[in-house]
Each structure stands twice: as C-alpha cells, then as structure tokens.
Design a binder for this molecule. Structure first.
Ligand code: PMP
Length: 349
C-alpha cells in the first residue's frame, strides 16, 4: 500500500517547493490521534523534533535548563544514556533518576525557576523497554504545573503503543509531544506538537513569531506515505490488535521463564518487548544494567540460529506482519533456550 502510494507520488512529481495539501492532511490525522497535540509541525527526524520541542519550551518559559532522565534517549545529539557530553547538543541538562518521584521532586524544587522543560520517554525504549509508572508520570505532570515547566513526552517510539500513544493509554497528557518513525510511513520523519498556546508561537501571522524552516519538512514522499500508513495500515484498530498481541506474547514468555525458575524476564508494553537476564524488578536503566550481559548475547545468538532476529541489546519491536505461529515459534525457542542453557543461569543471579 505504501509502495503503491509512493509510486503514484513519484509519477505526480517530486518536491517542487512550497506547500501542498498533503501536509495539512497528515497534520489533521496526527492531531486527531494524540490528545496533547492541538497543532503540529513536521521535521525530518525524531532528533530534530526533540530539538525543536526543547527550543519551544525555552522560548515560552525564557528559561534554559532541561530535566532529562538517566537512561533516556532522545536522538543522536540528545543521548542521555551514553553520557558523552561532546556528542550532545549543548543544552543545560539536569539529570534525574527515572521512576523515582521523590528524588525528581527534590531536583525540580532546586531548579524550579530555571527549568524550561521536563523531557522524558513515557516508556524508556533504548534503556530496555522500561515503562514509567503512572504515579511517576502524574507526579511529573503536577510538578510541571506547579512551576510552569513545559512537560514534553518523547513518544517517538511509544506512540505505537495505543492509537494515541502512551499519553492516551496512561491518561497523563503532556504539554508537548514529539513523534517519529512509522508515522512517516517509513520515510524520514519527525514531528513536534502540543498545546495551541505553545505551538502558536510559530504562527507567522503574529509579530515576533518563532521561525521554523526545513527544506524537506513537508516532503511529498513522507507526507503521502504517512497518510497511507495512518489511514490504511496502522489504524486505531490495528494499533489495538498489535498491542494486544504483544501483551499476550509477553505474558506467555514470562510465564515460561517463571515456570523454569530462570533469572530472566520480558518487560515492556504492547508491541515493544525488552529481554533482560535478571528476575529482579526493573524500574530504571540502572536496574537493567545489572542483568547478565553474556547470557543475553547467548540468547540472541541461539535465537538467530533458529531464524528469529531481534536487536542484540534485547529489544523486540513486533510488527503487524507477525502471526500467532510466529509467537509460537518464539515460545518454542525460549523453551529450548531455557532447557539447554539453564545450568548457565546458576551463576547469573
Ligand atoms: N527519541 C526516541 C525515544 C527514539 O527512540 C529515537 C530513535 N530511536 C529518537 C528520539 C530519535 O529519532 P531519529 O532516529 O528519527 O532521529
């Protein structure tokens, strides 16, 4: 469907510059799906979307600091997890522990007049599919309200986890949201959006409006692929079905490793699954780092040998092409891994 759409778009002519009807259509679809997004603007990547959201918050609050969380990933130049400052954009970042509301509250109190934004993934993806506890999200919402800080959800990964992302699923609505990945139908894509009061800072009809340009921001390939993707493929029904499939699969996987008594678990929400070689509770990237790295490598290679591929760091992003037989195949592979490798777990606890 997407390829058919793209072929037609190619025949109609590539980017001629200027606006087209397509960007309005994709914008309307995005605004209808995500509760926090009254208005949206497009970029070429999730990284760029986060840069723009941060800058919107800085402009709106006239403050400079950004609160981010240990283990967070917001793009190539917003990589909190890697902790290599030279590669990051030179923002004044303040870092707090994920899922630790008391510690975060203390940090926010200290920086309450200097923080422009609180930026987080409502489930940390790269850190190992670690969901934010709803109470943590609610606490951040309250802190942002109390101190006029802009709450930004990076839903570049998590927007897929319900028709309206994790904000819809948890009921905690941020001031701004960033998006990326599949919403552009597989073409290069990013978007930032939010409350009208914030996004209208970019309204060119206003004096002193914020400029936001980008040659390919509204490119016809991304816009048309995105429209086809949201209307004909990843519809709200499809999103619900895929995430139900993922929840069911994760439950079965966890039941298997529990039954076998292995120090192993599958985390995440819906269609995103993290594999961890520990049976201790996982609430942060630091908890995840305590998992047995060697066993995770072994699991990866054992599964590759069986024709099952996932990201080697332990991340499974389920696609809509998967069927029940694929889930069964993974279950069998995990049973086999548990059977043959169980002795290796003894030292892994
Ligand atoms: N935020 C999150 C949560 C991501 O997972 C990613 C990409 N993995 C990004 C931002 C950056 O998106 P992009 O790669 O399109 O720049």
């Amino acid at each position: 469907m997407i390829q058919k759409t793209l072929r037609k778009i190619l025949d109609d002519g590539l980017n001629f510059g200027g606006h087209t009807a397509l960007e309005g259509k994709l914008a309307a679809l995005v605004c209808a799906r995500f509760p926090s997004i009254d208005l949206v603007r497009f970029t070429n990547s999730g990284t760029e979307a986060n840069l723009m959201a941060i800058n919107t918050a800085r402009a709106a609050t006239k403050r400079e600091e950004i609160l981010v969380f240990e283990g967070g990933y917001h793009g190539s130049v917003l990589n909190v997890a890697a902790g290599v400052p030279v590669i990051n954009a030179p923002y004044q970042l303040v870092t707090a522990p994920y899922n630790d509301l008391a510690a975060t509250r203390a940090i926010v109190e200290q920086h309450k007049t200097t923080l422009a934004a609180i930026l987080l993934e409502p489930m940390q993806g790269g850190a190992g599919c670690i969901p934010a506890e709803v109470e943590f999200l609610k606490g951040l919402r309250a802190l942002a309200d109390a101190h006029s800080i802009v709450l930004i959800f990076d839903e570049v990964m998590t927007s897929r986890l319900s028709p309206g992302g994790l904000q819809e699923a948890t009921g905690v609505i941020p001031d701004m949201t960033t998006l990326g990945k599949y919403i552009g139908g597989g073409m290069s894509f990013g978007a930032f959006g939010g409350k009208e009061a914030l996004m209208s800072l970019f309204d060119p009809r206003k004096p002193n409006y914020l400029p936001h340009a980008g040659t390919f921001n509204n490119n016809v390939m991304t816009m048309s692929a995105g429209i086809a993707g949201l209307t004909e493929i990843y519809t709200p029904e499809c999103a619900r079905a895929l995430n139900q499939f993922g929840d069911g699969l994760r439950e079965r996987l966890n039941a298997t490793v529990r039954r076998r008594g292995l120090a192993m678990q599958f985390t995440g929400i819906g269609s995103m699954i993290g594999v961890h070689m520990t049976d201790r509770p996982l609430r942060s990237a630091a908890d995840a780092a305590k998992g047995h790295a060697g066993l995770l490598d072994l699991f990866y290679f054992d599964l590759v040998e069986r024709g099952i591929w996932f990201a080697k760091r332990g991340m499974m992003a389920l696609s809509i092409a998967l069927e029940d037989t694929d889930a069964d195949k993974l279950l069998v592979a995990v049973e086999d891994f548990a059977e043959t490798r169980a002795p290796l777990f003894e030292g892994g606890r």
